[in-house]
Write a protein that binds this ligand. Structure first.
Ligand code: ADP
Ligand code: MG
Length: 368
């Protein structure tokens, strides 16, 4: 195990920024911390790297304790061998690309020839060989972020931490660098923790995703499992279940679980029983799992798991049209990704929505 965090707490005054988090990351794996702004992600990273002293807990890197509140271990930042790449590029604008990457090696006192070899190798890895002599301030955002990446990797850290490093880049570059980063991280088997508030980024990069909220770890699992089986409606919302409605569970029906969505006087069935937890039960449905059809006569009876409403937004996304549908009852709104891309489903169109029982998860607000 390359990083092991046990019972980590960090208080700022009476704010519990990190509230008892335990995590481990295997050698060569990428763990992604996913959660909204303010949930404690950066604080966890700063505790690992040593920029923040935890209130309590234990942190081990590559088998060695670097922080232990009970045994009073607190290894200084420069002895932890942890690299960090931040959201802001944090490179030196008055230096060239080469000088930026060479700097940490020179500080270490390496001979010039060795510095040159290592910097050239690393710049080739991140695709910046042609820009070695360019001033760093003349680079694009994506290039600056590659310099920052090269500079943190050239030190061969035993772990590398990424704090939203792609969020200042435009969408195309972000998608591109995300794939390259995943490729590099896998090829060099770098043990990493990556922080983001973007679910797609989390799922695309992670060997494991850990979802955080208000200082707490809600769930951790591999990306496919967490996507398919969130343990609570809170986690579901973070990972793309855009339709979350409070329900009243009615018991077994048609081989599944019968329920009612609050405010809608219709029968629904979910294929599986409700998950265990507290804070009420919620139906969680992904927009891509709802089938929209132009509604014929308004008097046509609806089957179970069907509702009717009016399109209030139609936004073409390429592979699908994002429809927002306001139900006739209770003004409830469903987000739907219509893969048939039917131009007739425009704003004002009357549609019926069908949700397969297998596409509905009944989840507690909180799994604990
Ligand atoms: P995230 O990175 O998930 O957005 P942070 O770890 O930055 O969240 O912050 C978690 C909580 O701790 C927030 O409520 C934030 O305001 C608070 N916090 C972070 N750093 C400090 C600090 N140095 N002093 C006081 N409060 C802080
Ligand atoms: Mg942060």
């Amino acid at each position: 195990m390359s990083i092991r965090i046990q019972g980590l707490f960090k208080k700022f005054g009476d704010v519990n920024a990190v509230n008892g988090v335990s995590l481990d990351v295997q050698q060569g794996h990428m763990l992604v911390l996913l959660g909204p702004s303010g949930c404690g992600k950066t604080t966890v990273m700063r505790c690992i790297v040593g920029l923040e002293q935890p209130t309590a807990g234990r942190i081990e890197i590559a088998g060695k304790p670097v922080f232990d509140s009970e045994r009073r271990v607190n290894t200084p930042v420069n002895e932890r061998n942890v690299g960090m790449v931040f959201q802001s590029y944090a490179i030196w604008p008055h230096m060239t690309v080469f000088e930026n990457v060479a700097f940490p090696l020179e500080m270490k006192g390496l001979p010039a020839a060795e510095v040159r070899d290592q910097v050239e190798d690393m710049l080739a890895v991140v695709g910046l060989s042609a820009m070695m002599t360019r001033g760093a301030s003349a680079l694009s955002g994506g290039q600056m972020q590659r310099v920052a990446l090269a500079r943190s990797m050239v030190m061969r850290p035993s772990v590398l931490l990424f704090d939203e490093p792609l969020s200042n880049l435009d969408a195309r570059l972000r998608d591109h660098l995300r794939v390259e980063l995943r490729e590099l991280q896998t090829r060099f088997s770098i043990t990493s923790v990556f922080v983001t508030h973007d679910q797609q980024e989390a799922l695309a990069l992670a060997d494991e995703v850990a979802v955080m909220q208000a200082g707490n770890l809600l769930q951790r699992n591999d990306p496919i499992s967490i996507y398919r089986r969130p343990s609570s409606s809170t986690v579901a919302e973070f990972i793309g279940y855009q339709n979350v409605f409070p329900v009243e569970v009615q018991g077994e029906r048609d081989g599944g679980t019968g329920f009612r969505i609050e405010g809608i006087d219709r029968a629904f069935v979910a294929a599986t029983p409700p998950g265990r937890g507290s804070g009420g039960t919620f139906a969680c449905i992904r927009p891509g799992d709802i089938v929209a059809e132009l509604a014929g006569d308004a008097s046509t009876a609806l089957a179970s798991n069907q509702v009717r409403g009016e399109v209030t937004l139609a936004s073409f996304m390429g592979s699908h049209v994002h429809l927002r549908v306001r139900l006739d009852e209770d003004d409830k709104v469903f987000e739907v990704f219509d893969k048939s891309v039917d131009p007739a489903m425009r704003v004002g169109a009357r549609v019926s929505l069908t949700i397969a029982a297998g596409a509905i998860l009944l989840l507690p607000r909180s799994a604990a």
